[in-house]
Ligand binder design. Structure first.
Ligand code: IMP
Ligand code: MG
Length: 194
């Protein structure tokens, strides 16, 4: 597969301007991340925590690349405007199932943009006293960052575009695209008039 937009399911790809990362490109990078993580956590039993729902595909693929025994949990947050997030307004919609004190935590996010969501979540988790806490993110829009957050494992650097697919949504749509694509500007513009 190349970076051309597949034309066989126009209703699925409607509003997508371009393929940014193909399934193959993502798979290759996720395998590399899995190798690095498996090396670093050798002899350990990390608890891998993902932020729903965007992390769905990435986490499923990454977990299958790990060669260390891992446990899995999820957290879900509601999204507010950047202004609200800046004031710490990230609402936890689903918390972890078990305490994490003394555990080695690998925290997985789909995209880090301003860093406000991740910063809130990391503060929240740190207060629960894990033995260690590292971050793994598939896409890093570092040019949009408002807060400096150390990221140990990073898939790809992204320009400040809005991307969808491979779990990532725009208003709950496009998550089930197997690739990551760029959303057409018209889709954004039209949605602002809703
Ligand atoms: P931040 O708080 O600005 O870093 O926003 C991060 C959150 O916004 C991520 O967890 C994503 O859910 C969402 N997000 C940011 N950029 C994109 C994108 O390009 N596509 C889909 N979701 C995004
Ligand atoms: Mg999201």
């Amino acid at each position: 597969m190349n970076n051309e937009l597949p034309g066989d399911h126009p209703e699925l790809t409607h509003g997508i301007r371009q393929v940014l990362y193909t399934e193959e490109q993502i798979r290759g990078r996720v395998a590399e991340l899995g190798q690095a993580i498996s090396r670093d956590y050798a002899g350990q039993n990390p608890l891998v925590i993902g932020v729903l729902k965007g992390v769905l595909f990435f986490m499923a693929d990454l977990l299958r690349e790990l060669t260390v025994p891992a446990e899995v949990d999820f957290i879900a947050v509601s999204s507010y405007s950047a202004e609200a997030r800046e004031h710490g307004m990230v609402r936890l919609m689903k918390d972890l199932e078990a305490p994490i004190a003394g555990r080695h935590i690998l925290f997985i996010e789909d995209v880090i943009d301003t860093g406000l969501t991740l910063n809130y979540l990391l503060q929240n988790l740190r207060a629960r006293r894990p033995a260690s806490l590292e971050v793994c993110v598939l896409f890093d829009k570092s040019s949009s960052r408002l807060l400096d957050i150390p990221i140990k494992y990073k898939g790809f650097d992204l320009p400040p575009y809005f991307v969808v697919g491979y779990g990532l949504d725009f208003r709950e749509k496009y998550r089930n695209l197997p690739f990551v694509g760029l959303l057409s500007p018209e889709v954004f513009q039209n949605s602002k008039k809703d």
